[in-house]
Design a protein around this ligand. Structure first.
Ligand SMILES: *[C@@H]1O[C@H](CO)[C@@H](O)[C@H](O)[C@H]1NC(C)=O
Ligand SMILES: *[C@@H]1O[C@H](CO)[C@@H](O)[C@H](O)[C@H]1NC(C)=O
Length: 167
């Protein structure tokens, strides 16, 4: 038992931190090995406006894959779905941190996604984000994470911990 606990500690250290993300509901795809939204170990994650939210995802390639794209969708009240344009950040392969595309089946891949938080999302709003990594050639889901987030004011403006809930 002690040995098991020690092993868990070692695994936790190696993997770094985690954000408690859930399996997607609106999109398909299994959970990754690990997901960490920088600065967030408890949901909803506070995402400051005017900067990139950084999501580190570690996953295993289910197939040989040539190209991937990342799709982000914000869900409000479980009804309204707003696709979030990631622009050049949607080109998943450009943001792998331990390998390059094409990737091989069963490779363990580390990926750092940046999502720029536009001021168009008002401070205090809460939404649930689903982020899917999609196999471009097959149009199939590789992994997907679902996480509640809350938009907060820009960090440098002094209202970064604004918690006003307009919902
Ligand atoms: C997330 O990934 C980026 C790019 O590899 C890295 O610089 C950063 O340290 C990672 N953050 C964590 C908390 O692992
Ligand atoms: C990918 O598949 C989804 C449904 O599984 C579909 O809605 C979407 O239009 C497809 N995208 C492309 C680019 O074919």
């Amino acid at each position: 038992m002690l040995r098991f606990v020690l092993l868990l500690c070692v695994v936790a250290l190696v993997n770094g931190q985690s954000t408690p993300v859930k399996q997607c509901i609106a999109n398909s795809g299994p959970l990754p090995i690990n997901a960490y939204i920088e600065g967030c170990t408890q949901t909803p994650c506070n995402l400051p406006q005017l900067q990139d939210a950084v999501i580190n995802i570690t996953f295993k390639a289910p197939e040989n894959i040539n190209r991937m794209r990342t799709l982000a969708t914000a869900y409000f009240s479980g009804i309204l779905a707003i696709p979030y344009n990631l622009h050049e950040n949607a080109e998943t392969c450009n943001f792998l941190t331990n390998t390059n595309c094409p990737v091989k089946k069963d490779d363990t891949i580390q990926y750092a996604l940046k999502i720029y938080i536009q001021p168009i999302f008002p401070v205090g709003i809460e939404t649930t984000l689903e982020v899917e990594i999609n196999d471009f050639d097959r149009n199939s889901s590789v992994v997907c994470v679902r996480v509640p987030v809350r938009i907060v004011g820009p960090v440098n403006s002094g209202d970064g911990d604004n918690n006003v809930n307009i919902a």
